[in-house]
Design a binder for this molecule. Structure first.
Ligand code: HEM
Length: 609
C-alpha cells in the first residue's frame, strides 16, 4: 500500500486550549513514530528556540517503582519532558553533578544491571568485569561476525524474498550466543528473552508514556529471568574450567578455535562480582545488542536505498572500502539513531542546563537523541557532509574519547557493534540483484516499518537467490488411487519398466542433479523427488513434453490426475505439480556445491558417467 505522507507537525496542536491531554499525547506519538515528522519536529523546536517539549504522559508513577515515595503517587497525566537541545542532552548524559538518575531502567529485569544503577561503585565493578571479558581484537570480532552471518543466512536468506529485520536480528542473536558462550540448545530461550527485553526496554523508555501494554514488562522480566538462571548455571560450570563448553558449538568448524567466550572469561576473572551479578551482566549486556543491531542495519540499508547509492557503478569498490561504507552507516545512524530516545529522571532542581531550561526534582525526561545526532548533518547524499559523520556523535551515548570525559552510561559495546553492523550491511548490499520489495497492489516500494520511531519490525527485501544457489528441490506427493495395493504395484512395475526412458530424458535435460520416486504412508502416496536447476515452470513443462506419455501412464493410478495427455496440456500439468509440490521443512535445503549447475558439472569429464 502506498506509504501515507508523514503527519504534519503543528505545535499549536499540543496546546491545552485546542486538545485534551489524550489527543495531545496521541498527536505527539504520531510525530515521534515517523522519521520525517520527527525530524521536522526537531527542526521546528530548534527554529522556535524551544529546547524542550513538556507533554502529558499516559504513564503513572506507581508504587511498584522501587524508589517511589507515597507522596509521589499521582493519577492522570504526569508531565514528562522531551529534551531536544543537543547541548542539554550532552549535559544530562555527562551528569557531572550526578543529579540525573537512570531510575526509569529499573523497571526492567532485576534492575541491578549497570545501566539502571546510579551507584558509581557498583557500576564500576560491572564495567571493569565486562571490559576484561569482551574481545578486544578486531580480528576476533570479525571472525564472530562472519560466523554469525554465515549461521543466520542459512535460514534467513534461503529464498529470494527475505526480511532484513529478521535477518539482522538472527545475526545479532548468533553473535551473542557465540560471544557469550551459550549452548546451541539455548538459542530459543535467548531469542525469546531478547525480543521481550527489547520490547520491554522500548516500552519503558517511550511506549508507556503513550500506550498501554500491561504485559510488556512482566513478560520481559519472566523471560530475562529464565535466561539469567541459565547464564548463572553456565558461569558456575565455566568456573569448573570445563573445556567441553559451550555444548554443541563446533568452535573449530566455526573458525572460532581460540576464541574464549565472555562467560568463560567472567568465570575466570569475576573481580568483585558474585555469580548472580555476573549473570546479570551477561543478560543486561545482551539486551542492549540484538534490537540495537537490528535497528542499525535496517536504518543504514534504508538510507542507502533512499540515497540511491546501490545503482552506482562504483558499488563494488564502495562496498570493499570499509571506511566509506562505515561513513555511510554512521551518517545514516546519526540522522536516525537506533537508540532514538533515552530516559532520565532529575533527582534535584536543575537550573544550569546550557539552554537555560529549568527542571524540577523528580522530573522525568526523555532525551531525543536524533535532535542531538542530527545537529551537524545535512542530507546524507552529500559525501562532503558525510565527512562530518566520521564520528559517532551520540549514537552510542557520550562515548569517552569523542566527548571530553565521556558519560557515565555510554555504551561499552560500541567496538563490537560497529564492525558487526558494518559486516551485516556489507553482506546484504553484496547480495545479487538486491532490491526493495514492491507492494503487489500498487507496485509502491514497501519501506522499512518501525515501531515507536526506533524498533525496526519489518523490512522486506528481495534478491536473486538463484545466483547464490542454482539448485532447488521438487517433492511432489500425490495420493495413490484405491485399491491402493493394486495401484501401488502397478506404479512399481511402471517405474521399473520406464526407468531407462526416464533416465535418458533426465540426462538429456542437463538440469537435473538427482531424481527418485518414494512410496510413503503405507503405499498410500507416491512422491517424486528431484533436485534441479533453474526455473520451476520451464523445468516441469520440459518433462510434460518429453516424457508426457510416461506421466499419462503413471497418472492412471494416481488420484486428482491432470488433464491428459499431459504433453497436450502442459500448463495444467505444471499447475498440478506446483500444487502438490511440498517445500522442504522450514525451507531449509543444503547443497554442497550451491553455485554449480548440472551442465557445468557434466562439462567436467571426471563427472560424466
Ligand atoms: C548498534 C548497536 C548498539 C547501540 C546503538 C548501542 C547504544 C547504546 C547507548 C545509546 C547506550 C547508553 C544508554 C543510556 O545512556 O541510557 C548504551 C549503553 C550500553 N551498551 Fe550499547 N549499544 C549497542 C551495542 C552494544 C553491544 C554490542 C554491547 C555489548 C555486548 C552493548 C553494551 C552496552 C552496555 C553494557 C551499556 C550500559 C553502559 C552503562 O550503563 O555504563 N551495547 N548502548
Amino acid at each position: 500500500m502506498k506509504r501515507k505522507p508523514p503527519p504534519k507537525v503543528d505545535l499549536t496542536e499540543l496546546s491545552g486550549e485546542r486538545n485534551s491531554p489524550y489527543v495531545r499525547n496521541r498527536k505527539l506519538f504520531e510525530w515521534l513514530g515517523d522519521d520525517e515528522a520527527r525530524a521536522s519536529l526537531y527542526a521546528t523546536l530548534s527554529a522556535a528556540g524551544k529546547p524542550c517539549l513538556p507533554f502529558p504522559s499516559r504513564a503513572i508513577r506507581n508504587m511498584e517503582d522501587k524508589d517511589c515515595k507515597r507522596e509521589d503517587l499521582r493519577s492522570g497525566h504526569e508531565t514528562v519532558f522531551l529534551l531536544a537541545h543537543a547541548e542539554d542532552i550532552k549535559h544530562v548524559l555527562a551528569n557531572r553533578e550526578g543529579r540525573f538518575s537512570n531510575e526509569p531502567y529499573r523497571a526492567l529485569g532485576t534492575g541491578t544491571f549497570m545501566l539502571a544503577l546510579d551507584d558509581v561503585d557498583l557500576r564500576r565493578k560491572q564495567i571493569a568485569a565486562a571490559r576484561r571479558a569482551f574481545p578486544t581484537s578486531e580480528e576476533e570480532v570479525l571472525k564472530l561476525c562472519a560466523f554469525a552471518i554465515d549461521a543466520a543466512q542459512v535460514m534467513s536468506l534461503r529464498g529470494p524474498k527475505f526480511d532484513l529485520a529478521e535477518f539482522s536480528e538472527q545475526v545479532a542473536l548468533r553473535f551473542c550466543s557465540a560471544l557469550f558462550g551459550f549452548a546451541v540448545k539455548d538459542y530459543g530461550r535467548i531469542e525469546a528473552a531478547m525480543r521481550a527485553a527489547y520490547n520491554g526496554l522500548n516500552y519503558q523508555i517511550l511506549g508507556r508514556h503513550f500506550t498501554t501494554e500491561p504485559l510488556a514488562l512482566p513478560t520481559a522480566e519472566r523471560l530475562m529471568g529464565e535466561l539469567l538462571g541459565r547464564s548463572a548455571l553456565l558461569i558456575d560450570e565455566y568456573q569448573l574450567d570445563r573445556d567441553d563448553l559451550p555444548e554443541g558449538l563446533d568452535k573449530m568448524g566455526a573458525g572460532l578455535g581460540s576464541f574464549v567466550p565472555v562467560m568463560k572469561k567472567l568465570a575466570r576473572m569475576p573481580g568483585e562480582l558474585n555469580g548472580e551479578e555476573l549473570a546479570v551482566l551477561v543478560v543486561g549486556a545482551m539486551a542492549g545488542v540484538v534490537g540495537n543491531v537490528q535497528a542499525s542495519v535496517c536504518i543504514a540499508v534504508d538510507a542507502i536505498f533512499r540515497a540511491n547509492k546501490l545503482n552506482e557503478a562504483s558499488r563494488a569498490a564502495w562496498l570493499d572500502n570499509g571506511d566509506e561504507l562505515q561513513l555511510w552507516i554512521t551518517g545514516a545512524l546519526r540522522l536516525n539513531p537506533p537508540v532514538a530516545f533515552l530516559p532520565r529522571r532529575a533527582q534535584a532542581d536543575i537550573k544550569n542546563l546550557p539552554s537555560g531550561l529549568v527542571l524540577k526534582a523528580g522530573a522525568e525526561c526523555i532525551l531525543c537523541m536524533g535532535a542531538a545526532t542530527r545537529q551537524a548533518l545535512g542530507q546524507i547524499s552529500d559525501l562532503r557532509q558525510l565527512r562530518e559523520a566520521e564520528k559517532d556523535g551520540l549514537i552510542f551515548g557520550l562515548v569517552e574519547g569523542e566527548f571530553p570525559q565521556g558519560g557515565p552510561h555510554s555504551c561499552i559495546g560500541a567496538d563490537l557493534a560497529r564492525p558487526l553492523v558494518r559486516e551485516i550491511v556489507r553482506h546484504i548490499l553484496r547480495l545479487p540483484g538486491l532490491a526493495e520489495q514492491l507492494d503487489p497492489e500498487d507496485a509502491s516500494v514497501i519501506r522499512l516499518e518501525k515501531r515507536w520511531g526506533f524498533g525496526c519490525v519489518r523490512y522486506p527485501l528481495i534478491y536473486r537467490s538463484d545466483r547464490r544457489r542454482k539448485q532447488q528441490s521438487l517433492n511432489v506427493s500425490m495420493r495413490i488411487k484405491a485399491p491402493v495395493g493394486q495401484n501401488a504395484s502397478a506404479l512399481r512395475a511402471l517405474i521399473r519398466i520406464g526407468a531407462p526412458r526416464i533416465e535418458r530424458a533426465l540426462r538429456e535435460a542437463r538440469h537435473v542433479h538427482f531424481a527418485w520416486f518414494e512410496f510413503i504412508d503405507n503405499d498410500r502416496r507416491l512422491v517424486l523427488h528431484t533436485v534441479y536447476d533453474g526455473d520451476f515452470g520451464a523445468y516441469i513443462q520440459h518433462f510434460a513434453l518429453v516424457v508426457g506419455d510416461m506421466f499419462d501412464l503413471l497418472f492412471q493410478h494416481i488420484e486428482d490426475a491432470p488433464q491428459m495427455p499431459v504433453a497436450k496440456f502442459p500448463g495444467e500439468f505444471v499447475d498440478l505439480i506446483r500444487r502438490y509440490n511440498m517445500a522442504p521443512a522450514m525451507g531449509y535445503f543444503f547443497s554442497a556445491y550451491p553455485k554449480s549447475d548440472t551442465a557445468q558439472i557434466m562439462r567436467d569429464e571426471r563427472f560424466r558417467p
